[in-house]
Design a protein around this ligand. Structure first.
Ligand code: SF4
Length: 511
């Protein structure tokens, strides 16, 4: 049915019109599915322990993965550098997915090119795609650097990026001295955080080649990791400015992922200057703000740059205290009084909300660093983790998480579920219910099924606006985390106590 241009209906209204309802009904009949009663019976069965055991016996099938694939993390890392165009050696479809995924989260354009490999490249290799693709990208989009990674297809057929890039330079696709760092990012191993790590190492080794000097430049490098909160890079810059030391963020994609609308399109907003990135090899130290997305990069910096590295995750009071003390130790500057005052405000806010979060049972899923940090914060609030699910887990994460849980009386009843997906989480929530679920937008379906209130923290958040603009780190971050968690609880309490004269005994105005 044609839309009335005076009153365009969005899909929420449109698909409730009779003709669409009829269309859905016809589709159901065409699909020849089971009767509604049978669907309900099976759906009920999937909520019990019997099904949970079968679900957890699953070995060769993933349902609703709680992770993304390597190239997505690689292109996320690349856009943090000034004028950098990510280039994916692989098929169009993969790249369309990465771009759409990131654009849906940030509501920003995400420019990434694909070498558009098709069947012939799958048989004969993708060298010609690389030669043509680099030439077109260089001529059309005028980047300062092109960062190349791969999809599964290029990895399966064994495309050798170093030799392909050399060949493309020989063929004149880009000038010989034009920076084309690369990372092999096979998605059948690791996840988006591995891709981030591989690309960060690839870019840093490219731009710092031959830049080592006798003396240090006195700066501190920060590597944010696969951190999708643009407010966090800005918070790092604010904290460093309050201290007053010189620093470099490797790499700062906050302007790229949250660019101002000036009426003119800028393909490469912001980013770490390439000359600063090149000079990062001469810094006095590097601090990674995530551990698991920076493993290879830190190893490389320690070994090749001979530069000390450390991991500091400034979430919650303890994490932020440790981070600021580390900055003070490295810079020789005392912690600024303004930050001490902020600490006091954060502690005050925690005290205000403490009685509501204390003893609340929660489930959480996401990347290892994010989950570690949020669990640490929630333990500080006296909340009790029950299900901790990390699809892209590893042994180091499991050990550090167990240590964190053992350090708190509130962490005693938690189970860590490595390598599990969101369909596993569904079984956990039905069989051992909790008060709160913490995770990305994909938890929406778990919320609908299990009625567990969802606190949206993580990546992607595609069904709510602007959450990615906030900070989650530092003392300011604590206020945001409190806001999201405790107010979700209040909304749930209100929803459950809003029937006058029946359930409204605690329908309180003041909390
Ligand atoms: S898993 Fe492989 S095939 Fe799938 S989108 Fe990622 S790179 Fe492409």
């Amino acid at each position: 049915m044609p839309q009335n241009p005076e009153k365009i209906q969005d899909h929420v209204e449109l698909f409730h019109q009779p003709e669409y309802k009829q269309l859905f009904e016809n589709k159901k009949q065409f699909e020849n599915g089971h009767e509604a009663e049978e669907v309900t019976r099976v759906a009920e069965w999937t909520k019990g322990w019997d099904y949970r055991e079968k679900n957890f016996a699953r070995e060769a099938l993933t349902v609703n993965p709680a992770k993304a694939c390597q190239p997505l993390g690689a292109i996320f890392a690349a856009v943090g550098f000034e004028g950098t165009l990510p280039f994916v050696q692989g098929a169009q479809g993969c790249v369309a997915y990465f771009r759409a995924h990131l654009t849906r989260h940030y509501k920003e354009p995400f420019s990434t090119v694909s070498s558009s490999m098709t069947e012939d490249a799958a048989v004969f290799g993708g060298l010609q795609n690389m030669i043509d693709g680099l030439a077109n990208s260089y001529q059309l989009y005028k980047p300062k650097m092109i960062a190349v990674c791969t999809t599964c297809m290029a990895e399966v057929i064994g495309d050798d990026l170093q030799s392909f890039i050399n060949n493309a330079k020989e063929a004149g696709s880009v000038p010989k001295d034009f920076p084309v760092p690369y990372a092999h990012t096979p998605s059948f191993v690791g996840s988006h955080i591995t891709g981030y790590d591989n690309m960060m190492k690839g870019i840093l080794s490219n731009v710092t080649a031959g830049q080592k000097k006798e003396t240090s430049n006195g700066k501190i490098n920060f590597i944010p990791g696969f951190d999708t909160y643009v407010g966090n890079n800005r918070e790092i810059k604010r904290i460093a400015s309050l201290f007053g030391f010189d620093y470099t963020i490797l790499a700062d994609n906050s302007d790229y992922l949250d660019s101002p609308n000036t009426g003119e399109f800028d393909m490469y907003p912001g980013g770490t200057k390439l000359e600063d990135a090149a000079d990062s090899i001469n810094a006095k130290a590097t601090i990674a703000l995530q551990a698991h997305s920076t493993i290879k990069t830190r190893e490389y910096i320690e070994k090749e740059w001979k530069q000390p590295t450390s991991v500091s995750r400034p979430w919650g009071i303890k994490g932020t205290d440790e981070f600021l003390m580390k900055l003070s130790e490295l810079s020789g500057i005392p912690i600024p009084q303004e930050l001490e005052i902020e600490r006091g405000r954060a502690v005050d806010a925690m005290t205000d909300s403490h009685s509501w979060l204390h003893g609340k049972r929660f489930a959480i899923y996401g990347e290892p660093d994010l989950v570690y940090c949020v669990v640490g914060f929630m333990l500080e609030m006296g909340a009790e983790p029950v299900h901790i699910l990390v699809h892209n887990s590893n042994e180091i994460f499991e050990a550090e998480m167990k240590e964190l849980l053992a350090s708190s009386p509130f962490g005693q009843h938690a189970t860590v579920w490595p390598g599990k997906d969101l369909w596993h989480m569904r079984s956990l929530l039905f069989t051992e219910p909790v008060d709160l679920l913490i995770g990305n937008s994909y938890g929406k379906y778990l919320w609908r099924d299990t009625k567990t209130p969802l606190v949206r923290i993580g990546y992607p958040i595609i069904d709510r606006h602007h959450l990615h603009r906030y900070t989650t780190i530092g003392y300011q971050g604590i206020i945001n985390l409190l806001n999201w968690t405790v107010n979700t609880l209040f909304e749930e309490i209100d929803r459950n106590t809003n029937i006058p004269s029946k359930t409204d005994i605690s329908y309180d105005l003041i909390r």
